[in-house]
Design a binder for this molecule. Structure first.
Ligand code: FE
Length: 336
């Protein structure tokens, strides 16, 4: 009898242990706490499911997932840039998800063709220029920034940043390697000064008159203009008048996938599905002045004020697939 009781107790503990686990999802996030906590709080409020998370840079988080292997407590991996998401899938850290909800809320070019990750917000990498120094009509395309008329007028962020590796990767997909290398060489020849460590510093150089034009993610423009509304900076949407599928503004995503060794796959999928829903999409995109990935949702008013644009419809996974080649190409072209 005593033995039976202790078996029953053990079973009860096991069952309750599983119940606790099922009501909790663990997220490894390369997005900052201030961007994800409001979302996860809203999820818990709505569903009763707790979201535990740790934040770090994507490199250490991926290394941790790899080292933990089957023992990882993580159910979801969240990061910025399709290049990073692609890398996580490549290293077998994610597992495919079959979800009708995700397939219908996230456009095909913003998710992994193998369904291992899904874009949840869209960031546009576009042209920002000095209104006092660039005439309307002077700007046309990313490619044109390689032409001699921009000599000593261009500032760029470093090629070490994945955002630029993805941009160049997507250009390689569109133009091939040789043409892209020519373009990047043209950019380098037009640089007014050494590349900057971040998008904000590149824009500040444009505002200060050190150069006239740069390429940045729009949320950095939004943040900077919120702080210093009098800067003579404006956004330009390049590549709008071309007709192929690759024509349009270079977009990238922040997104997430379910970890290969999750013990709560259903809970992880539910969280991702919720993140693609109307309510979450507003929260997710607005807090960082990004664009919702779900096209049914409108961007925040401050973001919408920058105007609408046509975006490049090539699958962002190409940015990952061509990343290593893009890094080598930029190195050859002298883009530091
Ligand atoms: Fe960023």
């Amino acid at each position: 009898m005593k033995t039976l009781n202790s078996i029953l107790l053990a079973v009860a503990l096991l069952v309750s242990g599983y119940a606790v686990q099922a009501d909790e999802v663990v997220v490894y996030s390369a997005r900052n706490e201030q961007l994800i906590k409001p979302l996860f709080d809203a999820y818990t409020k709505e569903t009763g499911v707790k979201v535990k998370f740790i934040t770090d840079k994507e490199g250490p988080l991926m290394a941790r997932l790899k080292a933990e292997g089957r023992n990882t407590p993580a159910d979801v991996f969240m990061t910025v840039d399709a290049g990073n998401l692609w890398q996580a899938a490549q290293e077998d850290l994610l597992k495919p998800v079959n979800s009708k909800i995700l397939a219908s809320s996230i456009p095909a070019h913003l998710r992994d063709p193998g369904n291992e990750w899904f874009g949840l917000s869209v960031r546009a990498r576009t042209v920002v220029y000095n209104r006092n120094k660039v005439r309307p009509g002077e700007l046309t395309t990313y490619e044109d920034l390689a032409s001699p008329k921009w000599k000593d007028r261009l500032c760029l962020r470093t090629s070490k940043k994945v955002y630029n590796q993805s941009l160049v990767g997507m250009m390689m997909y569109e133009h091939g390697e040789d043409k892209t290398e020519q373009i990047v060489r043209g950019w380098v020849a037009n640089l007014a000064t050494d590349p900057f460590p971040d998008d904000t510093k590149a824009m500040e150089a444009v505002a200060a008159g050190l150069c006239d034009v740069t390429i940045v993610n729009t949320y950095y423009f939004g943040r900077l203009m919120e702080k210093k509304p009098n800067l003579p900076l404006a956004i330009f949407w390049p590549n709008q008048n071309l007709k192929n599928k690759a024509a349009g503004v270079h977009v990238n995503v922040s997104g997430a996938g379910v970890t290969r060794h999750t013990k709560n796959e259903a809970g992880a999928i539910k969280l991702l599905e919720w993140l693609s829903s109307e309510k979450a999409q507003n929260l997710y995109a607005d807090v960082n002045m990004e664009y919702p990935a779900n096209p049914k949702i409108k961007p925040d008013a401050a973001v919408a004020a920058w105007g609408t644009f046509k975006s490049n419809l090539i699958n962002v996974a190409q940015a990952g697939a061509l990343q290593a080649k893009a890094v080598m190409l930029m190195d050859r072209a002298g883009y530091k």
